[in-house]
Write a new protein. Structure first.
Length: 121
């Protein structure tokens, strides 16, 4: 029995298929019930660590237990210096990257300025 050569069928599956929004669905914005935060920690050796999270208390606990970032594991205990809330993950990640690009002096000045702002309220 001789079969004609048949090209294999290509099936394309998007990894985002089940999560893709339909054309009529509007983008959902967070209303405060679910916030994202950029936070700054001071490590035992005086160095600063910046990260983002959606639960400050949980993340701080993870850092102090040595279960979070590799950088902070050997520099425990860490202290929370600053948290800045954002309404979307994208905004928080962009802010984290921008903050990490600052020099140490600029970071400390920003933190000090934030405390002065809080004192005025």
């Amino acid at each position: 029995m001789v079969r004609d050569h048949v090209a294999p069928v290509q099936i394309r599956v998007s990894p985002f298929g089940p999560f893709r929004k339909s054309a009529g669905e509007k983008k959902k914005y967070y209303t405060g019930a679910y916030m994202f935060y950029v936070y700054v920690l001071r490590c035992r050796d005086g160095s600063l660590y910046t990260g983002y999270t959606n639960s400050i208390s949980k993340r701080l606990e993870q850092h102090n237990q040595g279960k979070a970032a590799k950088y902070t594991r050997g520099r425990r205990p860490v202290k929370l210096l600053l948290t800045v809330p954002y309404t979307s993950k994208s905004e928080a990640l962009k802010a984290e990257i921008a903050f990490k690009k600052l020099s140490r002096e600029e970071k400390l000045a920003y933190i000090k300025k934030s405390f002065k702002y809080l004192d005025k309220k």
